[in-house]
Design a protein around this ligand. Structure first.
Ligand SMILES: Cc1cc2nc3c(=O)[nH]c(=O)nc-3n(C[C@H](O)[C@H](O)[C@H](O)COP(=O)(O)OP(=O)(O)OC[C@H]3O[C@@H](n4cnc5c(N)ncnc54)[C@H](O)[C@@H]3O)c2cc1C
Length: 399
């Protein structure tokens, strides 16, 4: 077996030969790849990069190789991350297959489910979305009402989900359904996988004031979930649901990259942006108050990233499927929002750019990123809910 040093050398050489130039540096939102049957490739290099990385299993570096993953150890994975960052290589693909349902299937799926679903995620063949929230069940997720009736060889699903990100482009949805209406609310829930290509599933885009529709309402009207697509035990889906949320929170906070890659690493640094917009005075940023705030945020971000690396190193599996993910999710999303607020202060009126020639493309991206950052402390459970979990499950405080 190659030593870590040999692995680093081989990885460096492979990346140098195989990462297309067009996949180095930050891309546009339109170039982002999440896979699935509706994926188009604005940048042809993105498809080349995806195929090459998938062939090595490096789209899911730490998943076992029998399911198409790279089979890397945590140390090898961190080397791969370092080397990709060194040449500014973009992730070949992202999405809920990798960050949520894949790791959850590895934890709770049957052998057959792993064989059937995981390789298609690795190759970017299938795109997934998340059917958790309902109009009457957000923070209080266990109040969900979508029901699934046992019809012998399948479940018949009826109900509505909301805020289903990316459902308009997804092939499959992992979802929570009520299978035992009389049971206490956490005990009558099951976790099922549903093929969206069927007449019983309808997706209705929710239009935002920006004009775009990243969210949807998803309706199940006699939709079919096959029995073989029940994950975990019948009526015990809450356990699976919580594990998936831990993986989701891990991903939102940057934990799943072992603290190597933060959510906003593709942006120029805060100090660079501030220098350009505010200017320097005697070798220092001309606005001393902002300078102080930027130093504070930058130091805290660095400390946060090192804490994530330490936590990842302490966890043999490299992820953090525990309640502690709530601490990282809470802190990471709030820290990210603070960073983008400071960026806004530095840019002044240039931070109001939405479209048009008065604003550079970077300014328009930064404005959108600032607005999007607000959603990080809501998606995957709000900051208030994370604080509740930390109080109860991590600190052991009474209800
Ligand atoms: C960007 C983004 C993407 C999303 N994508 C998806 C997706 O793909 N699939 C999906 O299923 N859902 C998705 N969601 C929905 C998300 O999971 C919910 O918005 C979230 O769980 C909060 O639920 P809610 O919006 O119903 O708010 P509510 O639960 O109504 O909460 C409203 C306010 O009350 C506070 N609150 C509620 N209960 C408590 C309590 N017990 N203690 C203290 N404060 C409380 C909340 O913190 C919040 O401030 C997404 C949300 C966002 C922002």
């Amino acid at each position: 077996m190659a030593t870590l040093r040999e692995f680093r050398e081989e990885t460096q050489a492979w990346l140098a030969d195989n990462c297309p130039d067009s996949m180095r540096g930050s891309g546009t939102d339109a170039e982002a790849v999440a896979g699935g049957t509706s994926q188009t490739y604005e940048n042809p290099g993105a498809k080349v990069w995806l195929d090459r990385m998938a062939e090595k299993g490096w789209t899911a570096p730490m998943w076992p190789s029998e399911y198409g993953g790279g089979g890397l150890s945590r140390d090898q994975f961190l080397i791969l991350q370092d080397e990709m960052i060194r040449i500014n290589a973009r992730s070949p693909i992202g999405g809920m297959g990798f960050s949520m349902i894949g790791p959850t299937l590895l934890d709770y799926g049957t052998e057959e489910q792993k064989q059937r679903h995981l390789p298609k995620i690795v190759n970017g063949e299938i795109r997934w979305c998340q059917g958790y929230s309902e109009p009457g069940a957000g923070s209080d997720l266990a109040s969900l009402a979508t029901k699934a009736e046992d019809m012998g060889d399948h479940f018949l699903v009826n109900g509505q989900k909301i805020w289903t990100s990316g459902a308009q482009n997804a092939d499959w949805i992992f979802t929570l359904v009520r299978t035992e209406p009389q049971a206490p609310k956490h005990e009558g829930i099951s976790f099922v996988l549903i093929d969206m290509d069927q007449p019983g599933v309808k997706v209705n885009p929710i239009k935002l004031i920006s004009g775009s529709s990243p969210f949807n309402e998803t309706f199940f009207d006699d939709a079919i979930a096959k029995k073989e697509d029940l994950v975990g035990q019948l009526n015990r889906g809450w356990t699976v649901a919580k594990r998936l949320l831990q993986h989701e929170r891990s991903s939102i906070s940057g934990m799943s990259s072992g603290g190597r890659r933060g959510r906003y690493d593709n942006l120029r640094s805060l100090s660079q942006i501030a220098r350009d917009y505010i200017g320097m005075d005697d070798g220092k940023l001309a606005d001393l108050v902002l300078r102080d705030q930027i130093i504070g945020n930058t130091m805290t971000s660095k400390a946060f990233s090192l804490t994530q690396r330490r936590a990842a190193a302490e966890n043999a599996s490299g992820g953090t499927p525990t309640f502690a993910t709530s601490m990282f999710k809470y802190y990471g999303s709030e820290l990210g929002k603070d960073r983008l607020e400071l960026q806004l202060k530095a840019m002044g009126t240039q931070s109001f750019g939405w479209e048009g020639d008065m604003f550079t493309s970077e300014e328009r991206t930064l404005t959108r990123t600032w607005l999007r950052s607000k959603g990080s402390s809501i998606a995957g459970g709000t900051s208030e809910i994370q604080l509740n979990i930390i109080a109860k499950r991590v600190l052991g405080l009474p209800d």
